[in-house]
Each structure stands twice: as structure tokens, then as C-alpha cells.
Design a binder for this molecule. Structure first.
Ligand code: GDP
Ligand code: IMO
Ligand code: MG
Length: 423
């Protein structure tokens, strides 16, 4: 059996799309198991850049089967727009499958996401406003509409009517918004259902048979460990389980179906949206990371908050995801900085904190303690081997291994699929 789970080790946007695309070259299946169109994964191949939200990042290889699993929440409009733009670029979609059990994001989810954020005021989470939280909430409340429901006009009509009656009360009475119209949503989404029906199937069974037949399967993580509903910086998290444990439920496979767990991190840390961020930098170094690293959201275009690498976070990711290796992206972004820092642990009220705290109010009171490293000036984007990297860059990578307790096997030195060093 030869399967790998790729998981974000920080707050998302670690460059998962690039690594998945690289691994997909030799994969038979790529599977998305969690999240929805809140994800934005970038794949760069020569002069072409693809920005993917719901469609797995293995789609550029015509022989790789791409599965959107049952744990993903599907926005039919977004997935169809994505399909159309890929088709226009000459990408074939014949090998795309969407699970029948996946829940559907509907206009009232997006409306409530937006209104709830507004109502929270200063306590807003800074969501992507893609309706993710409200859709997963309906799933847990057992009133969600699944792909299998969407494909049956009668069942869809009944469920939509019942839900809309309830949601319109919430939209108007709780948030003072305008009610949504049943007829127009019904007609629009029945149209989407017709276009999506050929992709819908029981993907858990397909995957089970593929794994039994020893096919190479890659699980594509979305978001990252610190956005996990249980292990992340609650409540400033997403509403799913973007950790390797969540991939089993979201792809419909057992834990023994995953053999390798590769964590993806950047050589520094970023975060979009609100919530504590101990190593955040509001200075010239932060500006360097933002501009040299082009740290603007793939989904919302928001500037990402930037800071030093945090080994406390990496150790949490190693532990929670059972990581067998780490890929470190964007080492090239650090070029030109005289000194580099990695947080080894935190201090709080005079005491050492070396495990990521459960309570964000404790995290907010933590001051990072740093180990300092020499930087490098050289452009490293054309380095092909670890030995070609400047000595100080090698020291930095070796320190990541020492402080995280995990081997670094891949190092990103540029956005293209060829900009990778294997260690
Ligand atoms: P994802 O959500 O984890 O797939 O990451 P995003 O696509 O949202 O953000 C990562 C950004 O970094 C994208 O613009 C990538 O093209 C870019 N990227 C990935 N790896 C590297 C790297 O090693 N160096 C540089 N300079 N850019 C990279
Ligand atoms: P990828 O897959 C970075 C963040 C949002 C917000 C919080 C909750 O590209 O790494 P949500 O819309 O999910 O309810 O928002 O989670 N967030 C991400 N941040 N990368 C992502 O995905 C994200 N998906 C959600 O910014 O802080
Ligand atoms: Mg992203």
C-alpha cells in the first residue's frame, strides 16, 4: 500500500497545492476530504498559474483520478465555474468524481456567514464568507442538503423549502436581513444539478477498491492544523477537521489506509483572518515577508499576516497529524534577511510554555523565545540540491528538523512545480 496524506502544518496557505501537484505526477488518485471553497490552492506550471478551490490539485494530470470526498462542502456554482475555467485552459475533467454524501453550500449559508460575521463586530472570525461554517452546522444539525438530494428535484425541492423557511426567519428576525426567494434558488440549483450529475458517485467505494488494488493515493489537505475545529486556535478556526485524522472521515477510509503523513509548512508563518499569532511581525521583516512572499489570499485577496517560523506550532502539527516528514516551502522568500529567527518555546508569567496552549487567552499572554540564525543574500531559486544551498540555509533547515522533531524531505525554492529540492 502506498498512500500519502498531505496536510497543512500551520494556518493554511503553506503551498499545499504545489506539493500535491508534484506528488500527483506519480499518483493514481488525488482526494480532497475536508473544507470547501474557502481553500485556495495555487499550482504553477511554467507560464500557467491555476488557482483551485474545490477541484483537487491533481487535475492537471489526465490519468490521475481526482476525488472530492464526502467530507467536503460543495458550492455547486463555484465548482462549475472552476470546471469551466479549467476546460477553457484545455484541462480534461473526465477523471473527476464528487461524492454523493458531500453536503451542498446554498445561498442561505453564504448569507448567514456574512450576516453572522457582521453581527460579531470586533469578535468576527474573519471567515472567507463562503458559507462554510453554516453549511457544516446544518450537517451536524442533520438538516443539511447532500449531493444525492440535490440530484433528485423532488427531494431537493422539499428539503430546500423546509430549510429556507427556517433560514429566512433567522436572516430576517435575528440579523435584520432580506429573505431569500425559493423559486429562483430552486431553478438555479436544479440547473447546477443537471451539470454535476455525471460526476457524482460513491467515491468511498472507488477509493477502497483502489487502495486494495495497491494504487498510489494522495490525500489533499485544505486549510491547516491550527484551523482545525478541535486542535486549532478555537474559535478562530474553520468548521472542519483539516488534520490527517479528519481525512479518514472525509474520504470514507479507515486510518490504516494512510501510510505516510507529509506536513506542509512555510519557512515562516502566515495567517489570514483574526485570532492570536505569537510570532507575528508588524515591522520591516513582516513587510519583507508580505511583499517578497506575495502573501495575499488566493481566495479573498486579503493581505496575510506574517511572522517568524514557530516550532511550537510545528511540534503540535507533528503530534496531531502523526507526521512522517515535513516539506518546507518558500525558503527563497527569506533571502536577503540578515538575521532569521525560529520560536523554540514561549514564556508566560515567568514560566516556560512549550506545548501549544488549549486556551487562546493563555496563548495571547505568551511571548515567543527565539533561536537566531544567520541569513543569506544569494538567490536560491535555481538551487537543485541541498548541498547547493548556502551554508546558512542548510543550518536553518537542519534547525527546523531538530526543533520540530521531524525530517524535512522537500524544500520549496520557488512557486513552480520544478522549484523543489529533495533532501
Ligand atoms: P495552499 O493553500 O497551501 O495551496 O497555498 P496557496 O496557494 O494559498 O499559497 C501559497 C503561495 O505560495 C502560492 O502563491 C504559491 O504559488 C506560492 N509558493 C508555493 N511554494 C513556494 C515556494 O517554495 N517559493 C515561492 N516563492 N512561492 C511558493
Ligand atoms: P487553504 O486550503 C488560510 C481561515 C479564514 C478564517 C478561518 C475561518 O488555501 O490553506 P472559514 O471561511 O473557513 O469559515 O474561515 O479560516 N481559512 C483559511 N486560511 N488558508 C485556507 O485554506 C483557509 N480556509 C479558511 O481566513 O480565518
Ligand atoms: Mg491557500
Amino acid at each position: 500500500m502506498n498512500t500519502t496524506a498531505l496536510v497543512g502544518a500551520q494556518w493554511g496557505d503553506e503551498g499545499k497545492g504545489k506539493i500535491i501537484d508534484i506528488l500527483a505526477r506519480s499518483a493514481d488518485y488525488v482526494v480532497r476530504a475536508t473544507g470547501g471553497s474557502n481553500a485556495g490552492h495555487t499550482v504553477v506550471n511554467g507560464d500557467k498559474t491555476y488557482k483551485l478551490h474545490l477541484i483537487p490539485s491533481g487535475i492537471l494530470y489526465p490519468d490521475t483520478v481526482n476525488i472530492i470526498g464526502n467530507g467536503v462542502v460543495i458550492d455547486p456554482k463555484v465548482v462549475l465555474e472552476e470546471m469551466d475555467s479549467l476546460t477553457a485552459l484545455g484541462v480534461k475533467l473526465d477523471n473527476l468524481m464528487i461524492d454523493l454524501r458531500a453536503h451542498v453550500v446554498l445561498p442561505y449559508h453564504k448569507e448567514i456567514d456574512e450576516l453572522a460575521e457582521l453581527a460579531k463586530g470586533d469578535n468576527a472570525i474573519g471567515t472567507t464568507k463562503r458559507g462554510i461554517g453554516p453549511c457544516y452546522a446544518d450537517k451536524c444539525d442533520r438538516i443539511g442538503i447532500r449531493m444525492i438530494d440535490l440530484l433528485d428535484p423532488d427531494v431537493f425541492g422539499q428539503k430546500l423549502r423546509a430549510n429556507l423557511e427556517l433560514k429566512n426567519k433567522i436572516i430576517t428576525a435575528v440579523y435584520g436581513g432580506k429573505p431569500l426567494d425559493f423559486d429562483s434558488i430552486y431553478a438555479e440549483y436544479c440547473g447546477y444539478a443537471k451539470r454535476l450529475s455525471r460526476f457524482a458517485c460513491d467515491t468511498g467505494t472507488v477509493l477502497y477498491n483502489a487502495i486494495k488494488a495497491n494504487k498510489r493515493v494522495v490525500f489533499e489537505g485544505a486549510q491547516g492544523t491550527l484551523l482545525d475545529l478541535d486542535s486549532g486556535t478555537y474559535p478562530f478556526v474553520t468548521s472542519s477537521h483539516p488534520i490527517t485524522g479528519g481525512f479518514c472521515a472525509g474520504a470514507g477510509v479507515g486510518p490504516t489506509a494512510i501510510t505516510e503523513c507529509l506536513g506542509i509548512a512555510k519557512s515562516y508563518t502566515t495567517r489570514v483572518g483574526a485570532g492570536p499569532f505569537p510570532t507575528e511581525l508588524n515591522d520591516k521583516v513582516g513587510e519583507h515577508l508580505l511583499h517578497v512572499g506575495h502573501e495575499f489570499g488566493t481566495t479573498t485577496g486579503r493581505a496575510r499576516r506574517c511572522g517568524w517560523l514557530d516550532a511550537v506550532i510545528l511540534r503540535l502539527a507533528v503530534r496531531i497529524n502523526g507526521l512522517t516528514a515535513l516539506a518546507i516551502n518558500k525558503l527563497d522568500t527569506l533571502s536577503g534577511l540578515k538575521k532569521l529567527k525560529i520560536a523554540t518555546h514561549y514564556m508566560r508569567n515567568g514560566a516556560v510554555v512549550d506545548e501549544f496552549p488549549a486556551d487562546i487567552s493563555i496563548l495571547e499572554g505568551c511571548t515567543p523565545v527565539y533561536e537566531e540564525f544567520e541569513g543569506w543574500d544569494d538567490d536560491i531559486s535555481s538551487c537543485k540540491t541541498f548541498a547547493e544551498l548556502p551554508k546558512s540555509a542548510q543550518v536553518y533547515i537542519n534547525a527546523i528538523e531538530r526543533l520540530s522533531g521531524c525530517a524535512v524531505t522537500m524544500i520549496g525554492v520557488g512557486p513552480d512545480r520544478k522549484d523543489i529540492i529533495y533532501k
